[in-house]
Design a protein around this ligand. Structure first.
Ligand code: SF4
Ligand code: SF4
Length: 175
């Protein structure tokens, strides 16, 4: 043990430093808030509860291709199509909010909304089925928000995939 450490130990200097810090903080502005009465603003692009997107006519965009289910690392998405009926379910308790499903979907049909307040007492309330996922779209992403979602937060966009200048390509048959 060094002389410096011995002095520290017998003078209780660290305890006094800690108490001084506590005293200083007692009279400064509180960093905690009274949730749920008070809420902090949600960061743009926050990845919360899922929603299934609707087009401008209010029709579901999902075609049931299953790409999101295939890429999901938690295997929490289940997509099935029986005749014309598409079923879409997400076991949210297993989701890690990686956003891969959003990136993989070729139709922009699934999004992660800003909703983080969905604790529940029953598992059925957290196991999201198609009607709930569609109602999440109406509740959290309707209108301009839904339109801007992909442009703001997800890259690459389809227009980013251009043909480099000078690259040879199929021009079609000459008449
Ligand atoms: S955010 Fe990730 S873990 Fe959650 S459903 Fe999508 S792909 Fe699966
Ligand atoms: S959300 Fe997208 S990727 Fe998933 S099944 Fe529907 S269309 Fe396919």
């Amino acid at each position: 043990m060094t002389v410096r450490e011995i002095i520290k130990r017998f003078t209780f200097i660290e305890i006094f430093q800690g108490m001084a810090l506590t005293l200083r903080k007692m009279f400064s502005h509180a960093v905690t808030i009274q949730y749920p009465k008070e809420r902090r603003p949600i960061a743009p692009g926050f990845r919360g509860q899922h929603a299934l997107a609707k087009d401008s006519m209010g029709k579901i965009k999902c075609v049931g291709c299953g790409l999101c289910a295939a890429i999901c690392p938690s295997k929490c998405i289940s997509v099935s199509t029986v005749k014309d009926r598409k079923n879409y379910e997400i076991d949210v308790l297993r989701c890690i909010y990686c956003g891969f499903c959003v990136e993989a979907c070729p139709y922009g049909a699934i999004v992660l909304t800003e909703n983080y307040e969905y604790s529940a007492y029953k598992k059925e309330d957290i196991y999201l089925k198609k009607p709930k996922l569609l109602s999440n779209w109406d509740k959290y992403m309707r209108g301009k928000k839904g339109d801007e979602y992909f442009r703001k937060f997800w890259r690459p966009l389809s227009e980013d995939f251009g043909t480099p200048p000078g690259q040879s390509g199929f021009k079609g048959k000459k008449q």
